[in-house]
Design a protein around this ligand. Sequence first.
Ligand code: M6R
Length: 365
Amino acid sequence: ELGAFTHYMEKEIFEQPMALENAMRGRFSDDESTSKFGGLNLDAREFRHVDRIVFLACGTAWHACLVAEYLIEKYARIPVEVEYASEFRYRNAPLDKNTLVFVISQSGETLDTLEALREAKRKGYRVLGITNGVGSTIARETDGGVYQHAGPEIGVASTKAFTSQVLIGGMLALHLGRMRDLSFSDGREMVKAFRSLPGLVSQVLGQAEQIKEIASRYTDYEDFLFLGRQSMFPIALEGALKLKEISYIHAEGYPAAEMKHGPIALISEKCPSVVLSPHGDTFSKVLSNIQETRARKGRVIAITSAGKDFPEEGADDVIHIPHAHDCVMPILATIPLQLLAYYIAVNRECDVDKPRNLAKSVTVE
Ligand code: M6R
């Protein structure tokens, strides 16, 4: 079943173009320049009444929620809140009657997420889900939702399920945005960008050998920082989680600007940083963070946009991702981080698909 691959995680990383294709199939309307979902069970009038969205999830799925927050607030201008399912359950959060609750779960069986969903339903909220597990408990108990169609994910470290959740979050932002102020032509640009995504992801995957070579130079560190701003911040969290789960290296994700409020104390020749620095509004600020890091002898792997200026010798290692529409950049930036974590873990002879102490689906509290 593994074919030419050594691990399921590797196979699933390389399956991403197809998983993304499957998440999009039949879900765009060119006439209306929007995305459409069959199973939300909410009509446009009901959606118009939504004035707040709360996303609940755990682990990697929680990171996908954070990206969805950026995208929905940016393109649909609806306030979004993201909470760990396990916290929501016990917090008794005050919610307004026009709040829509969304749960995200690859397996559809995570106990904390399931109990958060039950708690929200008990209080009378409409709860929708994004799940990969067809017929899973969460899929059955939600009032409606979107299936990811990413195919089975066997590796404990979530890869293709994460990027497909982020994509669906972006498609929801488009859907909700087009019911509000997002114009026909802005919607069309987003549809175009989503459709180009499988090809762009394949391009990044084509750089696997280069990333493997970079990984070989970072195998023996015990601490890492991952930094990014705006929608790249959740990707920094996800990159750090991937590395710690499968290689047992201590890694932390931070918004790049927070560095000076504490984490900068960690930087030394023993603690490299992976800095998400694609071109955009905060590019020059992130460049300064890279300089500050290197001035303290911290090695830097920069992920930046191909074809745009990145200062020569600006980082110790540079990985280029295609420069595309903002709505797809978080996905493109994720791919090198998955590959880095994977190759570092393989070099450290770790059990990549079954990391110690972890289960694929957490069905206990
Ligand atoms: O199946 P779920 O998406 O609900 O799982 C949530 C987390 O347990 C899961 O994402 C976990 O963090 C992964 N091991 C991350 O790679």
